[in-house]
Design a protein around this ligand. Structure first.
Ligand SMILES: N[C@H](CCC[C@H](N)C(=O)O)C(=O)O
Length: 290
């Protein structure tokens, strides 16, 4: 990458990304993974959980592409979708509070909610969760869907519920979120061979049928303050395990704040939460620094 890159840094509950507007900036496809690693570097780059591109789409109003801070490309990002919706509305990429956003796992609809003409929150219809084992993907000959399945990792016996929201999630219910083995088992489970594409790892403490505590070790990024697709997966897992009910709002307390999730009777998962702009800037790639 040999040219300066305009960017906007945004976050959803502390899950922050470097957003690049492809309507204004042309990037080389083969340089995207290394650019994501560069800009995410907190010491010699900008510092973020990854990089998100907002660009033209043939099937939606805009397209979102997501890169983790290890350079891997993901198929979906809930916090990213809320920020893309806010950016697209505020920067005139769309001319409505409602919009469609193309992701690598399909198209979603988003709506920005205004108060005093400012974006206060964003609601996204995240579509239907995928529960079939081989579509997560997860290897194994057991039942077709993975709900409360015994799962040994790092010498510990756990109970796994696996859900895909376009990206894979391994959800584990614990009695005390503060004792969750996030730093010890997060990286072990992320790259467990039973998940051919690796996996996002979530630990959840149920407070009530409408409330839970949530922590995450993200595939390709490690511990983040929040994971929107993970919160959706956790809410679906809670219903599948009988802790929560369909079509009821669930407050998910993530490290960076709260999301409201609802898995409706048509099977669609709705996510509502904030999206904030931190700054605009111009990134100088290492290659052209004097
Ligand atoms: N690490 C994820 C992508 C980012 C998802 C997360 N930040 C969200 O808000 O959903 C993966 O590799 O599937």
């Amino acid at each position: 990458m040999n040219m300066k890159v305009p960017f906007t840094k945004m976050h959803g509950l502390g899950n922050n990304y470097i957003y690049i507007n492809e309507f204004e900036v042309t990037l080389q496809e083969e340089q995207l993974p290394s650019l994501a690693v560069e800009v995410a570097d907190q010491f010699q780059g900008i510092g973020s959980d990854g990089m998100i591109l907002i660009g033209p789409s043939e099937t939606s109003d805009v397209r979102m592409r997501v890169f983790n801070n290890d350079g891997s490309e993901a198929k979906n990002c809930g916090n990213g979708l809320r920020c893309v919706a806010r950016f697209s509305f505020e920067r005139g990429l769309v001319n409505s509070t409602e919009m469609t956003i193309e992701t690598k796992s399909g198209n979603v609809t988003a709506e920005v909610q205004l108060a005093d003409e400012k974006v206060k929150a964003v609601t996204v219809n995240m579509g239907q969760p995928v529960m079939e084992r081989k579509a997560i993907p997860m290897i194994g000959e057991n039942a077709e869907i993975v709900v409360a399945e015994p799962f040994e990792a790092g010498g510990e016996e756990l109970s796994l519920t696996a859900i895909s929201m376009g990206n894979p999630h391994a959800v584990f219910f614990v009695d005390d979120i503060n004792q969750a083995p996030l730093t010890t088992l997060g990286p072990v489970i992320e790259k467990d061979i039973r998940f051919p594409d690796w996996v996002n790892v979530e630990f959840v403490e149920i407070v009530s049928s409408n409330e839970m505590h949530f922590r995450v070790w993200e595939r390709g990024s490690g511990i983040t303050q929040a994971c929107g697709t993970g919160a959706c997966a956790a809410a679906v897992a809670s219903v599948l395990n009988g802790y929560s009910k369909r079509d009821e709002e669930i407050t998910v307390h993530l490290a960076g704040g709260d999301l409201t999730i609802r898995w409706d009777l048509e099977g669609e998962v709705w996510m509502t939460g904030p999206a904030e702009v931190i700054c605009d800037g111009v990134y100088i790639p290492r290659q052209v620094r004097s």
